[in-house]
Write a protein that binds this ligand. Sequence first.
Ligand code: PLP
Length: 462
Amino acid sequence: MSATSVAEWLEREQADFVARHPRSRALFQAGEKHYLYGAPMHWMRRWAGGFPLYAARASGARLWCADGFEYIDFCLGDTGAMCGHAAAPVTAAVSAQLQRGATLMLPTEDAEWVGAELARRFGLPYWGFTTSATDANRAAIRIARMVTGRDVVLVFNGCYHGSVEEAHVGLAAGKMAMRSGVHPNAVDHARVSRVVEFNDLPALEAALEPRDVALVLAEPCMTNYGMIEAQPGFLDALRELTRHTGTLLLYDETHTWSAGPGGYSGRDRLNPDLFTIGKAIGGGVPVGLYGVSEAVAERLWQRSPRESVRPGVRQSSHMGFGGTLAGSALQVAAVRAVLAEVLTPASFARMIALANDLAVRSRALVAAHRLPWFIAQSGARVEPMLAISAPRTASELARTRDAAIETLLHLYLLNRGILITPFHSMLLMCPATQPHDVGGYLEAFSGFCEALSAAHAVTESS
Ligand SMILES: Cc1ncc(COP(=O)(O)O)c(C=O)c1O
C-alpha cells in the first residue's frame, strides 16, 4: 500500500475522530495549561487521534467517553484493569477497608490469607508489597545485588519493566544504547546494565560468562514491544545458565499473568529466584509485589537478620526498599478480593477461551485477505502485529513494524468503538468480556483488513 494512500486514509480517520470528540479535545487543550504534557500522566497523550478520550465512566469491559460514546475496552488500562472496570468484589472490599482505615503502618488479618495465596499461585514462599510494579522490580534488583554482591542487571532488547534505571537500555546496531527519549539520569549503564536479544542463547551465554551479573530481569514472554514468545527450550536454558553462573533469575509477570492463575511461573513451574507483579493484582489500587525463593530469603537473612523481637530494641531497618503506603490495609484488602473473587481459575479459563476465539478468527481474517500480519497470543492477551511469522527478537519485529499502519489500525478501531492498548496493539480479556465484545472487535478488524487489502490491490494495479 502506498504511503500516500495510508496518509489520506489516516487523515480521513483523524478528521472523523476530531469531529466526534469536541469535549475530549477541549478538555485536553485545557489540560495543557496545567499538566506538562496535557494529561495527568504523559503516556496518556500517546493514543492515536492527537488527544486522548476523556473517560466519563467505565464498567466491566465497557467505557464511556466525555462525548457520550460507548467503547468495548480491550486496553483495560494497559492491563491495570484486567479485573474489569469497577469489579464489584474489589469495590466492596476497598470501600469497606476505607471505612475501617486505609493505611495504618500495621498489618491486618487479610495479610495471612494473601501471603499464603501468593505462594500457592506463583510458587515463591516469601513476599513483600510495594506501590507499583516498577518499585517491585527496583526492590528485587536491590535484593539480588545484596545477596550476590554483583552489580550488573541483564535485560532483553525491547523489554519494559517500568521506570527502572538499569532496564532503560536496548540494542542499536548490536551495541547497548539508551532507549530513545530516556535520559541516563547519571547512571553508568556501561557498568550496571547488559542487554541481549531474547531467544539468543549464544549471546546470553557470553553475557553471563564473566559471572558479574547479579540478575536477569525478564518476562517469560515479551509483551512490551509487540509480543515475542520464547522459543522452545529457551526458558529452560535461561534457568540452567543462570544457575550455572550464579546469576539470579527474576520473572516480571506484571503482563504475563494473562497466561493463567499463576502466570507462566505457576503454570509451567519455571522456578525463578525472584518474581514481581503489579497492575491488575491490586484491582485498581496501586500495588506491586515481589516474591523470593527460600534460598534467596536465606541469603538475605544472613545479611539482614529476620528476628526483630528483642526486648527493649526497636529495629531500624530501611534496607533501601519498602514504602510508607506499601502493604497498607487497603492494598492487602484489594489483593485479597482480586485473588479470591475476581481473577480466579474459572475467570482465567473463560478469558483465555475468548482470547483463543479472537486469535483464531483474526488469523482467518488476515489469511483470507492475504495480509502480512501475525496474531500472537499469551493466555488472555492477543496482539495483531505487522509480521508474517512469529518474531524471535525485538530487532526482527522492528524491521517489520510500520508506525503509520499501526496508527491507522488504532484510529480505525477507536472510530468504531474499540479500545486497544495505545503503545502497541494489545487486546486483553477481563472476566466481564463477553463473546459479543469479541464479535464487535472482529467485525471492526474485518472491515480494516478488507479496506487494507483493497487499498493494497489498488496500489499494486496502478
Ligand atoms: C512487564 C512490566 N513490568 C513492570 C511495569 C511497570 O508497571 P508500573 O508502571 O505500574 O510500575 C510494566 C508497565 O508497563 C510492565 O509492562
